[in-house]
Structures are given as C-alpha cells and as structure tokens.
Design a protein around this ligand. Structure first.
Ligand code: FAD
Ligand code: EPU
Length: 341
C-alpha cells in the first residue's frame, strides 16, 4: 500500500542531519509498490531522489520533487555450488546487517566491508570499498527498474562499469534506474585480506594468532579500527569521506615528494599514484577546523562534519575552501565523493 506524504523533513533520513523539506515522500517496501508509483502519471515528470540510508548525500536545498525511500527487505540463498553461495538481497537491507549475516553463516568475502553505513541498493552506486576490498569483488548482478519506462533490467558485473567509487549509475545512467535487489557471490573457502592498513596490527592487539584467523576476527578488527577514527553519525553528522583520494601521474608524485618527503602514496597500474586526500587536507591545516557548525573531523581530515545546525551550503562552502587550499599548496585537485543534491 503506497502512502505519499507532503512536506516531510529529511533531517532523520540523512547522516549529515541536514534539515531540508521533501515536497513529496514515499517509502517503498515491495517491488510492486515501485511499479505502481512509477505508473502514476502525476509523478511521471516529477524530479525524484532515491534514498537508502542517506549516508552519502549532502542536501543543499529543499527537494521540490518526490523522495523515494527504499526499504525492500529480504536475504535469500538463491544458488550454491562447491565453492560459492549466491545471495539475492533487497535494496533496503542495511549493509552491515548483510555483512553480519554472511559472517555468521561462514560466507566469506564481505568481512572487510564491515560497518559501512547505508543500504545494499546504494552499495553498487559507488562500488563501496574499505580495507583492501571493494563491492565489485563479491558482486554478481543486480536488478533495477527504469524510472520512465518501468522496464526491469538485470545488470551484470560488466554492465555496471565499476571503478574506484564509480559505476555506470553515477555517469551514463545517472538518475535513470532504481536498484531493487543485488545478487552477491560469496566464498565457502575464505581468502583473508589482512595486509591493508592497520588490520594485522589490530588482530595482534586482539590476540588473534595466524591459526585463529577467521572472517569473524577480520570483521571485528575492521569494526574496531573504524570506531577508533570515524565519527558515528548518531553522534556527529557526517557522510564518511567527503572527497575521493586523488590519483596523479607518478612524475608529479615524485616531484611533490622532493618538497614533501613524508607524503604517502600508493602506486597503481598505469604509472599513477593514489594519495590520501586526508593527508593533503591535514597538511593544508584543516584538521579540526570549525566554522559555526560546519567542520573538519578532529581524527580524520577527509571527513567533514555537522556539529548540529550547519546547512548544506555551509558545508559546501567549507569543502570549496579546502579544495582551493589543497590545489594551491600541492597543485592537486580533490573531488567530492559525496553526492551533492
Ligand atoms: P544514500 O546516501 O541514501 O544514497 C547514495 C546515492 O545512491 C544517492 O545518489 C542515491 O540517490 C543513490 N541511491 C540510493 N539507493 C539507491 C537505489 N536503491 N537505487 C538507485 N539509486 C540509489 N563508503 C565507502 O565506500 N567506504 C567506506 O568505508 C565508507 N565509510 C563511511 C563511514 C561513515 C561514518 C559514513 C557516514 C559513510 C561512509 N561511506 C563509506 C559512505 C556510504 O556509507 C556509502 O556510500 C553507502 O553505500 C551509502 O548508502 P546509503 O543507502 O546511505 O545511500
Ligand atoms: N591521513 C592523514 N590525516 C588524516 C587522515 C588520513 O594523514 O587526517 C593519511 C594517513 O597517512 C593514513 C592515510 O591517510 O595512513 C589513509 O587514511 P585511512 O586509512 O583513514 O583511509 P582514507 O584513505 O582516508 C579510505 C576510504 C574510506 C575507507 C578507508 C579504509 C576513500 C575516499 N576513503 O579513506 O572510505 O573506509 O580508506 O579503507 O577512498 C568513505 O568512502 O566514505 C570512506 C570512509
């Protein structure tokens, strides 16, 4: 049963906690509801904002259109063979609940992606990633509905054109499809990823020996690291990393290293080096900065925060100043990762 409401505050529905108004608001619990909604002629040409957990959006003004909150539930084992288990999961399932389900059933592959906020349906949008693993490594396919034609389409891995925090849904197909479910391929025999960042060190602190290593232990270590440096949106408004880590030509990196010998960098294929934007922002003097209620997190300079009543435009103004100062100091462009609406 569809219930379309008018003038709903989006404050509880975005992790930055920005208080803007949605002209129309609807929650979708079943795929049929979505088909019904998209066939209402009154809304055919109304701008639509699809929302999961609102943990990767910055809302800068009232939304004069229809906000569609995706709540479709369900985790189903659809197939299995000797090596893999395939799960089809509703777009509205909380990402971390899925990780917990997989870890407790011994389905491996997602444990490094523990505690990322948000929903399953939004995860392929930007190919979520953390601690050396990206969604695309466990992704098999997804189903989505076209907002205009209502055609239901299955997207394969190749169709999604995944990249670092990228997919086809942020580019050619932006705003055209609503993801309703995602199918994942998990491993029965785990392949442990412990080399990234502080995972190994944290496992040692937790007293986990090599013989005791398990997907549960990795999940626990990732949760511990994340809790120690990322702000909890329930306490301080934020959307995780505000910017992407920039990728620059190796020659430019070498030249910067001459001036800034401590600059970290991770070589990628194609003579390109990825640098942590958090380092650049901290070196440019922004870590812990605060103007009114908009600020830069004290423990992670890549995370912009709302201490209470900052507006989207105040956060954007801060982001622009940070971009300009990083550009001026290092000659490196940093681009937002968050979806600015
Ligand atoms: P929303 O914010 O609701 O939406 C994000 C985008 O996807 C919007 O453009 C929206 O229109 C679109 N969208 C949402 N659902 C659908 C759908 N069903 N169909 C079509 N379009 C849809 N991200 C990482 O990759 N790695 C991290 O380690 C990480 N850490 C974070 C830590 C914190 C504290 C926070 C607050 C965020 C972090 N993020 C991280 C970002 C965020 O969790 C992810 O981007 C997540 O996938 C967003 O999910 P969501 O449901 O909240 O999406
Ligand atoms: N650093 C600083 N100062 C800071 C923050 C970071 O110097 O204030 C430097 C340090 O050298 C540190 C390095 O940056 O070693 C990397 O920091 P961190 O491990 O915290 O990771 P990140 O590059 O800042 C990325 C993702 C995160 C993801 C973590 C762990 C992006 C844009 N962000 O952050 O994803 O959780 O790695 O894998 O790629 C998100 O997308 O919202 C997000 C939180």
């Amino acid at each position: 049963m569809l219930s379309i409401q008018s003038h709903v505050s989006l404050k509880p529905y975005n992790t930055f906690g920005i208080d803007v108004d949605a002209r129309y608001w609807v929650e979708i619990n079943h795929e049929n509801d979505l088909q019904t909604l998209l066939s209402i002629s009154e809304f055919l040409n109304t701008p639509k904002l699809i929302l999961g957990g609102g943990s990767n959006v910055l809302l800068c003004h009232d939304f004069d259109g229809l906000v569609v909150k995706m709540n479709i539930q369900g985790i189903e084992v659809v197939r299995e063979d000797d090596q893999h288990v395939y799960l089809t999961v509703g777009a509205g399932v909380t990402w971390h609940d899925l990780v917990v389900y997989c870890v407790s059933n011994g389905y491996a592959g997602m444990e490094n992606l523990s505690l990322i906020p948000g929903t399953v349906g939004a995860a392929p949008m930007q190919n979520i990633g953390a601690y050396g693993v990206e969604l695309e490594q466990v992704f098999e396919s997804l189903t989505a509905i076209h907002t205009q034609t209502r055609e239901k389409r299955t997207f394969s891995h190749a169709d999604c054109q995944f990249g670092y925090r990228e997919s086809v849904f942020k580019h050619e197909l932006k705003g055209q499809y609503i993801i309703t479910s995602v199918t994942f391929q998990l491993d029965k025999q785990p392949v442990f990823h412990t080399r990234y960042g502080a995972i190994q060190e944290t496992l040692t602190e937790m007293g986990v020996s090599d013989e005791q290593l398990s997907i549960k232990a990795i999940s626990d270590a990732v949760i511990r690291i994340r809790r120690s440096k990322l702000p909890d949106p329930a306490q301080i408004g934020n959307a995780g990393s505000f910017f992407k880590n920039p990728e620059i030509p190796a020659e430019q990196f070498d030249a910067l290293k001459d001036t800034y010998p401590a600059m970290p960098g991770y070589p990628l294929d194609g003579n390109v080096v990825k640098i942590p934007a958090g380092w650049l922002i901290e070196q440019a003097g922004w870590k812990g900065y605060r103007a009114g209620d908009a600020g830069v997190h004290t423990k992670q300079a890549l995370v912009l925060v709302n201490y209470g009543y900052a507006s989207g435009n105040e956060l954007i103004a801060l982001a622009r100043k940070i971009q300009a100062s990083v550009q001026e100091k290092f000659g490196v462009t940093i681009n937002p990762e968050v979806n600015i609406i």
